[in-house]
Every structure is written in C-alpha cells, then in structure tokens.
Design a protein around this ligand. Structure first.
Ligand SMILES: Nc1ncnc2c1ncn2[C@@H]1O[C@H](COP(=O)(O)OP(=O)(O)OP(=O)(O)O)[C@@H](O)[C@H]1O
Ligand SMILES: [Mg+2]
Length: 358
C-alpha cells in the first residue's frame, strides 16, 4: 500500500458534525501522521445528507486549512448517505478467465448493464465504480462490489472543495475509506467476520468485513446527534452546551448522572438501528457468527456507549484506533489526537490514498 515518491495529498472528511483533515508522510516504510485537525460545524450547515449553507461550509474548510497549517492543495474526500451512495454485491455472470481477457472499458460496460436494476435513479445520473471479489466456488462466476454515487452529490462536494481553494483529486465513499484505514492498522484474520461501524453526528454506517472484504453495507440516518438533541430538549440548553456535556465537561446545574440517563435513553435508537443492520446481514448472508463490532466516529466516544452496545448486541465491542500502526509526529498534540482518534478514521483512510491508485 505504501507508495513512495507519489505526490502527497490530504484527507478531508466533510462530516456533518465536524470537518477533519489529515496528512500522512512515509517515514522508513511506515506511515507517520504529519498534521491533523478538526473543526465543529453548526448543525444547520449540513443536514439530511444535503449541504444547506454552502458559503458557511466553504468558510469553515478555509478556516480549518489555516488552523491546521496544511499547505498541500490536493485533497481526497469521501461521501456517504443512503439516498446517494449505493453499495451492492452483484454477480457478473463471467468467470475469471473471461474477466481477465476483458478491457477495463468492457468490464465497466458489463457492470453498468447489471447495475441498472439495483439503482433507484437513472444510470446516467450516477458514477459507477467497482471492486472485483473472489470467484464463487460453485460456478466460478465472479462477483463484484458495485458502488454507485449520484453525480449531483459528487458535483456538489467537488464544487465546495474547489471554492475553498483546494484541488479535489479523489472522491471515495466513507465505508471503503474506513476499510482502508482498518487494513493498515489491524491484522485481518482468516475466517473472521467483523463489523466496522461509523457512528457520526447524523448517520451510522455499517460495513461487514468477511475475511477482510466487504460483504454487506448499510447506512442509516440515525447518529450521535440524537443524544445531543435529547440533551438540548431535556435541559433546555443550546447546542454548544449539549456538546460539552457529551464530552463529560461540567455544566452548572446538571449532574453527570442526569446526563448519563438522557444519553442512554437517546442511544436506544442508534443501538436498535445497528441491531437491525445486523439482522439484515444475517438474513442476506446466513452468517450469524460475528467476531467483533469495531466502532468509529464521534458516537464511539460517548461515555458508556460501547458498553451499552456490547450489552444490547451480546457481542464484543472495541473502539477503533486509526493510529495503531501510524506514528504521531512529535510536533503534534498527541494527547488531543489520541482522545479524538475514533473520529479520525475517515480522514486517515483518505490520507492513505495516492493520486492515480484505485
Ligand atoms: N469527545 C467526545 N465525546 C462524546 N461525543 C463526541 C465527542 N466528540 C464528538 N462527539 C460527538 O460525535 C459526533 C460527531 O462525530 P463525527 O465527527 O464522527 O461525525 P461526522 O462525521 O461529522 O458526522 P456524519 O458522518 O454523520 O456526517 C457529534 O454528535 C458529537 O457530539
Ligand atoms: Mg462521518
């Protein structure tokens, strides 16, 4: 995966709650985190998967670039959202040798024609990418993971990035970005089934990895903001104060026990949605032995949430560490970075990408 000499780029995760940016460097064959920073967005800027306040977003990206002291202009971004990003396993009805004899263009054509039935909008309105999976034993037919993203959404994000004075060179999807980050940090054991679950502010994205390869994905529009909203409503406090409480900071007149109760109640919805995804996966694949849930995103940092999820699913839950095998540069604030590491997964996964790879 290391690509020496290739031009560096930065990973920019445009989350609906926080912008995050990461820059990596190759040092003696290993990755080192050179720069990392993040910036909170007002909840009105991005909502329901749409960018509502374009100018504010552009200003925020510019501010983050300045604050993080990143000089590189080439950026990789990623998209997610159940209404604009479709990830689906399809059978190509081709065997391995047929596939090997096809040109890239012909493979894309074949994938496009099989893809049409799975896409709820016009095939002309989406950009298509794919990943060839291992051949199926019985028939030798090759399966592919189809990724279709609405062009409108890509254009929207690409334009924002350009307006921010940056040069978008790669557009990925959150689920695969996290998968890349996971692969470089963790040993993938054979016959293992793990679920990578990214709990963001407005969404939860689940990606099931069988032997390290994506076997099922599901996005839901429930995220950690449910807990923020519940705190705001219960205590009649502004957004920023609720965010403080989530970070376990003290707020006068509200006890940690009260906060815990409200957060636990609001977490039920998120946990139920994760359980639903696991049931769907089980129905679709027949696989019911999950080894571990690896959680990422700011939602993984909410006090007591990993334990609650473990309790409700009966599975082992761990919080992802994107810096398990990535050294953190001495000039960075290591304590801060470690405290928010779970939120950095997408930005780190993007920063690993190099122009021209796939
Ligand atoms: N230290 C923390 N402790 C508890 N909760 C936190 C902490 N930091 C962030 N959060 C919560 O995590 C959420 C943001 O997580 P994250 O940055 O992963 O989301 P996002 O990528 O912006 O959202 P999405 O992926 O849904 O667009 C917010 O709801 C925030 O309240
Ligand atoms: Mg996110």
């Amino acid at each position: 995966m290391l690509n020496f000499g290739a031009k560096s780029l930065i990973g920019l995760d445009i989350g609906s709650g926080y912008l995050k940016v990461a820059q990596l460097k190759d040092v003696k064959g290993k990755y080192m985190l050179e720069l990392f920073d993040m910036l909170a967005l007002q909840p009105s800027v991005i909502s329901d998967e749409a960018i509502v306040e374009q100018e504010k977003l552009v200003e925020a990206i510019k501010e983050l670039m300045k604050k993080s002291q990143i000089k590189i202009k080439d950026v990789a971004i990623s998209l997610s959202g159940h209404s604009s990003v479709i990830i689906k396993k399809i059978n190509l009805e081709l065997n391995k040798s047929e596939l090997d004899n096809m040109s890239e263009d012909d493979i894309i054509k074949s994938i496009r024609s099989s893809a049409e039935q799975y896409i709820p909008f016009g095939i002309e309105d989406v950009n298509i990418d794919y990943q060839i999976l291992k051949p199926r034993n019985e028939t030798g037919e090759v399966e592919a993971l189809l990724v279709a993203v609405r062009k409108e959404m890509i254009d929207e994000y690409v334009n924002i990035v350009k307006e921010s004075g940056l040069n978008p060179v790669i557009v990925d999807v959150d689920a695969f970005t996290l998968e890349n980050m996971y692969e470089i940090n963790y040993e993938i054991e054979e016959d293992s089934n793990i679920a990578l679950i990214d709990i963001g502010a407005n969404s939860t994205k689940l990606n099931l990895l069988k032997d390290g390869v994506s076997a099922f994905t599901r996005d839901s529009a429930r995220g950690s903001k449910l807990q923020t909203d519940a705190l705001m409503n219960t205590f009649q406090i502004p957004f920023e104060t609720a965010e403080k409480l989530k970070r376990s900071e003290a707020v006068e007149g509200i006890s940690p026990e009260q906060v815990e109760t409200v957060i636990f109640d609001a977490s039920e919805d998120i946990v139920n949605e994760i359980n639903r995804s696991l049931e769907f996966f089980n129905e679709a694949s027949g696989i019911d032995n999950l080894d571990e849930l690896v959680i990422a995103g700011g939602g993984a940092l909410v006090k007591g949430f990993p334990e609650l999820l473990a309790d409700r699913t009966g599975l082992n839950v761990s919080v992802v560490n994107p810096f398990k095998k990535i050294a953190i540069s001495k000039k960075l604030d290591e304590r801060f970075i470690k405290s928010v590491a779970a939120m950095a997964g997408v930005a780190v996964g993007l920063a690993i990408r190099r122009i021209g790879d796939r």
